[in-house]
Design a protein. Sequence first.
Length: 250
Amino acid sequence: MIEARGLTKRYGELLAVQDVSFEVGRGEVVGFLGPNGAGKTTIMRILTGFLPATDGTAVIAGHDIFEDPLAARRSVGYLPESPPLYPEMDVASYLRYVARLKDVPRARVREAVDRAIERCGLHGVHRRVIGTLSKGYRQRVGVAQAIVHEPPVLILDEPTVGLDPIQIREIRALIGELASGGAEARQTVILSTHILAEVEAICRRVILIHAGRKVLDGPLGELTQGGQRLEDVFTRVTLGAEGAAPEASA
């Protein structure tokens, strides 16, 4: 569902991302990790069409993001770290607005909004003004806007930041549900987070970016076999300590 090929991004003399390639299949939930400034957000913005790559390309659900950008963007749902919400709108009106922006056919807008509200547990607040909602419910609205057009690919940047433990559990459960539908309904998820316990709870595979390069790509079970913690693997690889885990191919 996602094929990144040699992605490179320069900002003048700064090389933010260098020759990053990976593939993610249907229904996979992949933890996208790295220290601050590693290049994760840049890569996610390239994949979602918000930022052009200097070199390389990516294919989303069969659509090249440069040759067929509109189709590629329609195939992606994106939740940035700060969700693009309008606090003066009520939840249902906002989701109808987003559905129209994302080219959901007029005849299907109501159905699409109702389905997003149901999947994200927003029935009890769908008529409330977004600005009056708790942080947890605003995150749910953020996820709902990412899935309202039912894209096959979801890219989520820090989806549980600032939430309490109960809210974190609810959002984790929601992400798991999105990726566990039937063969055609399952959504591919890239999850970027600094909470490594979240990756261990949700993801089966990890991609680690450091200094603009992919330095690790492998199944979570293999990386943590023998009782290793993901935190230890992360620290060892990013610090370049002797005995760092070798890159694995998922």
